[in-house]
Design a protein around this ligand. Structure first.
Ligand code: T1G
Length: 690
């Protein structure tokens, strides 16, 4: 065994040069790996006793891609492309042995081997599009030559990997290895050595390109099909152009096209934002003040109080990963309705082929319903998901405190209320926490985990770990009204309504936010959520446009009208009623209305979000700026190609953000615009949100 570099070993095993990569945690193609591959292949080529080469990895996975942490620094020799040329031009058969995930540059490396074998649990993909990039080491030119153009298009534009079985069917993998991978791969390599014959390089294959040459319309068909989902993103389109180049250009020309488009993306703001977000999402799971040896509590059974939209969605998250749930309601018909909705959701998913009917039955069987809170006595975690009213929640937690077993975690799904106040009615404040799911709870990735003043490290660690188990991205936040996401949202919504008073019709405000990249604008979002959240018909006195709309029973999509009018398919049309109300309120307030530019609308909606984010950091409600960005991308649809409000502020420059906040503060005299002291301090030092 020879150590070629610190990350690559070389061993001649009876005529097969085995290159073993060891670069934890994911065997990324760091400089030491690239150097080791290049020298290892050269050594094998020069050694006459070597008849073939096997590349495999230690640890949990085959190469998971280029080393993203190297992207910011200048190119470190040897660059990946030159390493892969050496593999591609080798005179002896090279086999890649794949386990875990062969992704990005990892799959591109495997595509420059003559053969690929994998264990059944392996996955293979080109997820660069998720980083705002495209495969920059020949993946867009080789993959279609192996799996065909349509499959390649799907893989590079979605970034979704394929299983080893799918890869075998598509010809991406030559054999699925049973038992020990290294042993099986060695035997396979010896077979190929014994077989002899001409070594066929993928770059020389043209057969899988013919169909697309005859039907070039498939490219525009795909563009049309993904237009809505990829709106505003450059990378999907650039990936398509590279696959088109593979079909229309000779291999080497296609490689030049790929390289040119890769560089354009790599130097652009979108991939910077998406690379930033890749690490931001992983940072969110790191809690600095949680002792390393904090014990994680077992969660074997969960109780959910409330079988409404949120309660049902929360329950689904748990049974999706095999955790049994007891749902408690106060009325039988509400419970039956809630259980029926859960089953209907699963059956719809099964109808789309995403789960089997057996899955539906298995998951529904894990949910039991009850009208008796005492049924939750043996739960390890109880999540309250009832009406957003503090008195109701306090009553429930006080009763629950006497029912739940000692050590059970008591969580509220409240979207804004004070967890400390709820904890105070129990004898176990150390076990009380907020688990703020986002609607629809079984779909949205974000989970705001709200730590109370007395919440214990064990409870925090257990909830952060549970989030990962139910495939959510958890962000730990502190207690304030609205925590992180909704607190920032309140500021955007207030300014959106102010803009409508001053003359920008709701649909103009919404279009600006939609064009920025949000899935919908402020007013459409309010209509979707319902204008009557927190509204009380008994006490309502028409003090705001929203109150007046609720009093007119225009409470949003659910009543067919709110800020917009809705047809039977819930398609919105601007509502004269809402616009007249804004004009009426403006007149009463002595506001002279005017045409407002889209630029002003965007600035006045986004700056308050950034400013509130800075205050949240200053108050310690969020651990880091990137956590706020994770909340906004995963909870509110902030376009990931703009990184999140705090990353966006950095890209604007905090000095500019501060100057504009001061402009509006002076113009309006309203402290709504008063810049956060923390932001002032950063801007004046020429700093950024870290
Ligand atoms: N580079 C550097 N670090 C990486 C990394 C990478 N490619 N992938 C993961 N990590 C770190 C991650 O930050 C975390 O660090 C730890 O590994 C565990 O990750 C030229 C240009 C492989 C499926 O996009 O999808 O190749 O937080 O928490 O849940 O064409 O990581 O522990 O300090 O995600 O088990 C293409 C990205 C790159 C794959 C494992 N490849 N990675 O998931 O662990 S661009 C990717 C993943 C490229 C070429 C192009 C996942 C995973 P820390 P983790 P996991």
């Amino acid at each position: 065994m020879v150590q070629v570099t610190s990350m690559v070993d070389y061993e001649n095993v009876d005529g097969v040069a085995v290159l073993t990569l060891d670069n934890p945690p994911v065997n990324a193609l760091s400089q030491g790996v690239r150097q080791g591959l290049l020298e290892g292949v050269a050594r094998a080529e020069a050694d006459d006793t070597v008849k073939g080469v096997l590349i495999h990895c230690k640890g949990g996975t085959f190469i998971a891609g280029a080393d993203i942490t190297e992207f910011g620094s200048g190119p470190l020799e040897p660059d990946l492309r030159s390493v892969l040329v050496a593999l591609d031009n080798a005179g002896k058969p090279i086999v890649a042995a794949i386990h875990g995930t062969a992704l990005g540059g990892g799959l591109e490396t495997a595509l420059c081997c003559h053969y690929r074998v994998a264990v059944a649990s392996a996955k293979l993909g080109l997820p660069e599009v998720n980083l705002g990039l495209l495969p920059g080491a020949g993946g867009t030119q080789r993959l279609p030559r192996v799996v065909g153009v349509e499959k390649a298009l799907q893989m590079v534009t979605t970034g979704v990997p394929v299983s080893a079985t799918e890869a075998l069917e598509a010809g991406l993998v030559d054999r699925v290895i049973e038992g020990d991978l290294r042993t099986g791969a060695l035997a396979f390599t010896r077979e190929k050595i014994a077989q002899g014959g001409t070594l066929l390089r993928i770059r020389d294959r043209e057969d899988k390109l013919q169909s697309a040459r005859e039907h070039p319309e498939i490219f525009d068909q795909l563009r049309k099909a993904i237009a809505r989902k990829t709106r505003g993103f450059l990378a999907p389109e650039y990936n398509i152009r590279c696959i088109e180049a593979a079909v229309k250009q000779p291999f080497d020309e296609g490689m030049k096209t790929e390289s040119k488009l890769f560089k354009e993306l790599m130097t652009g703001p979108q991939s910077a934002a998406q690379q930033y977000f890749f690490f931001a999402e992983r940072q969110a799971g790191k809690i600095p003040d949680l002792p390393k040896d904090t014990v994680e509590l077992p969660i074997a059974r969960v109780g959910v109080i409330g079988s409404g939209t949120m309660g049902g969605g929360i329950a689904m998250n748990m049974v999706n990963v095999g955790i049994p749930v007891t749902i408690v309601e106060v009325k039988a018909e509400a419970l039956e309705r809630g259980l029926a909705v859960i089953r209907k959701n699963y059956e719809n998913t099964a109808r789309k082929g995403r789960i089997s009917q057996a899955d539906v039955e298995q998951r529904c069987a894990l949910i039991s319903g009850s009208l008796d809170l005492n049924e939750l006595a043996d739960c390890d975690l109880v999540i309250e998901a009832v009406f957003e009213d503090m008195a109701v929640k306090k009553d429930i937690f006080s009763r629950l405190d006497g029912i739940a077993r000692p050590g059970a975690i008591l969580a509220s799904n409240t979207s804004a209320l004070d967890i400390n106040e709820i904890a105070a009615v129990t004898k176990r404040p150390e076990s009380v926490i907020g688990l703020h799911f986002f609607s629809p709870a079984n779909v949205m990735k974000l989970l705001e985990v709200v730590r109370g003043a007395k919440t214990s490290p064990e409870v925090i660690k257990t909830c952060m770990s549970l989030a990962k188990r139910i495939r959510k991205t958890a962000v730990l936040v502190g207690v304030c009204h609205g925590f992180v996401g909704n607190r920032i949202l309140f500021y955007r919504q207030r300014q959106a309504e102010q803009l409508a008073l001053e003359g920008a019709p709701p649909h103009q405000v919404d279009k600006v936010l939609y064009d920025f990249g949000f899935p919908m604008g402020a007013f459409q979002m309010s209509d979707l959520a319902g204008l009557d959240i927190g509204w009380n018909a008994k006490t309502s006195r028409g003090a705001t446009v929203k109150d007046r709309l609720c009093e007119m029973d225009r409470r949003g999509q659910k009543t067919g009208a709110g800020f917009y009018d809705y047809d039977e398919n819930r398609n919105p049309t601007p509502s004269p009623v809402a616009e007249e109300l804004f004009a009426e309120f403006a007149a009463k307030a002595g506001i002279s209305r005017r045409e407002i530019t889209d630029e002003e609308i965007l600035e006045r909606c986004v700056l308050p979000m950034i400013n509130e984010g800075a205050k949240i950091l200053d108050e310690g409600i969020a651990i880091r700026a990137s956590d706020i960005d994770v909340v906004y991308v995963y909870g509110y649809g902030w376009p990931v190609h703009r990184g999140g409000p705090m990353h966006y502020a950095n890209s604007l420059g905090l000095d500019k953000v501060l100057a504009r906040l001061r402009h509006y503060h002076e113009l309006t005299g309203d402290d709504f615009w008063k810049p956060s002291q923390y932001l002032v301090a950063l801007a004046e030092k020429g700093d950024r949100f870290s």
